[in-house]
Write a protein that binds this ligand. Sequence first.
Ligand code: GUN
Length: 292
Amino acid sequence: MTIIDGQKVAAEIKAELKAGISRLSAEGKGVPGLVAILVGENPASKIYVKSKANDCLETGMRSHVEKRGSDISEEELLDLIDYYNHNSEYDGILVQLPLPKHINEDRVIKKIRPEKDVDGFHPFNVGELVIGNETFFPCTPAGIQELLKYYKVQTSGKHVVVVGRSNIVGKPIANILVQKKEFANAVVTVCHSAAKDIAYYTRQADILIAAIGQPEFIKKEMVKEGAVVIDVGINRVEDKTKEKGYRVTGDVDFAGVSEVASMITPVPKGVGPMTRAMLLKNTYHAFLRKIK
Ligand code: GUN
């Protein structure tokens, strides 16, 4: 049984990006820039944005965080995005989700210029992904594909079962892995909360991707012997023995499932670091496209 080391793979990708950035910068081409827009006080969002900004600095990118109160109007937020749409210092624009209820997320995502949409959430980029054209892939699905590639997991003709149908993970990973391409070409099933018997599907998976947001939902009995299990969950569960009062756990019961899986991603240090690395990679590619 192999524990997939997302932290190690992410570190290698970051080192490559750092070298590339340093080379281009020495040639006088400048450095990539990412602006992250953070609205409100969601504690998890604050941590994510801070880590993304730190990652940028670590790899030699420019990074800026625009913080706004949760009382910002939709109009003001759209104007702020438009300012960065036209600011050539920043190649990537990230609006951290979720947004306060009075702001229409869909309108916000559509405001970001597709060339700067390093989250890959704009319908233009989503359409390109579905068609199979080269585009920004959303970071978590991109990170999952990179891990499968790195660990030489065969996907062609294999049955991938995705649990969860979010726009950020479930739908895009299914659409990436179904493409007639290298590191894809899988038979993909997407199942979700309306399924009468989720285990019926998950037990058929050669590669099982859990992205449901429910702590330790996938149990040993739901997994086929030898399956590769990718855990996308980041759930906070109460734990009085911890200093913070909680611990972070995935969507997979790691202890149980590792007894049957051939490979498994841990939480933390599995998919999470890869998501962050892919954001840097997307920003780097946005920059390369600009300087070409
Ligand atoms: N909220 C949770 N995941 C993400 C992500 O990948 N990007 C953005 N912008 N917000 C998120």
